[in-house]
Design a protein around this ligand. Structure first.
Ligand SMILES: [Zn+2]
Length: 291
């Protein structure tokens, strides 16, 4: 396989039809996410599909804020969470029962038994919106397709792949009738058919221009600007401090007595925040007075 290192998402459209698309291929951002824990390869692959998925969603649902996908279930995987902000900063994590043997090939439905997918849109200023999809399909791509048909009511198709090194995805959406272009009734079916021939090593190994040429060489494809995506964590000392204080003055005092200081490590980026008695004492005093 070619080893192109790309951390980008790129939008495209077809000149003679009302179909738009997105292609994402990520390397570094994906690596940064999976290296935080000792994930088994099959989980790394599943995480990679979520990384590609959140990147696609980020570019499709344009909001000034944070977008997240959270999968929860009762299988050996309890939570898988991926998020992306308006500056294309990605972070994510999975929690699983490490007393169980993780199979080499895993299906979303199996690992999250009876679970669901929550897609949350949290604008910087405005109301939070959450869409829930039951995990009934075997793959994340199927679940996302279901999400799009529920939330946007536009026919959409998703292709995702990950191999522990790269993760990538393709997205096609048929735009509403008022934006339809004349003379190409069969375009949607034809483009799905063409895209369905994509192989994993093409999705993960080819630059976008080359991939699209290979898939759609008889179509008029228009490519738009690329956006770079990177790993980025939104944790901060102030936020961690607020989280510590939310435990309550009594609990924080106990921690100080037991451990000498309060240490919190961010699960997403492994940054360690340490608060000494001196850092905390003023706020503890305030809290004590209000209680
Ligand atoms: Zn962090």
């Amino acid at each position: 396989m070619n080893n192109v290192i790309i951390n980008e998402i790129q939008r495209f459209s077809f000149d003679n039809s009302n179909v738009r698309g997105e292609r994402v291929l990520l390397n570094d951002a994906y690596q940064e996410i999976i290296k935080r824990k000792e994930y088994p390869l099959s989980l790394e692959k599943l995480l990679g599909e979520f990384v590609a998925a959140i990147a696609l969603l980020r570019d499709i649902i344009k909001i000034d804020g944070v977008l997240s996908i959270q999968a929860k279930g009762h299988g050996f995987l309890s939570t898988l969470m991926m998020e992306c902000d308006e500056n294309q900063n990605l972070r994510g994590i999975a929690q699983w029962d490490d007393s169980e043997v993780v199979p080499e090939e895993i299906s979303l439905k199996e690992v999250l038994e009876g679970g669901y997918l929550a897609i949350t849109i949290q604008p910087r200023n405005g109301q939070r919106y959450q869409g829930i999809v039951e995990i009934s399909g075997d793959t994340l791509a199927e679940c996302l397709e279901q999400y799009f048909s529920q939330s946007e009511q536009l026919p959409s198709r998703v292709w995702l792949a990950a191999n522990g090194t790269q993760c990538g995805g393709l997205f096609l959406q048929r735009l509403p009738a008022e934006q339809a272009k004349e003379g190409d009734e069969d375009a949607w079916e034809r483009l799905i058919h063409l895209t369905s021939t994509v192989k994993e090593d093409e999705l993960l190994g080819l630059e976008t221009g080359e991939l699209l040429h290979r898939l759609y060489h008889e179509e008029e494809v228009r490519l738009y600007d690329t956006k770079v995506m990177q790993f980025g964590c939104s944790c901060s000392r102030q936020r961690t401090f607020d989280a510590v204080m939310s435990l309550g003055a009594e609990e924080v005092r106990e921690l100080l007595i037991e451990q000498g200081s309060v240490k919190v490590d961010c699960q997403f980026c492994a940054e360690i925040y340490e608060f000494t008695e001196e850092d905390l004492i003023d706020s503890l005093g305030d809290q004590a007075q209000t209680h």
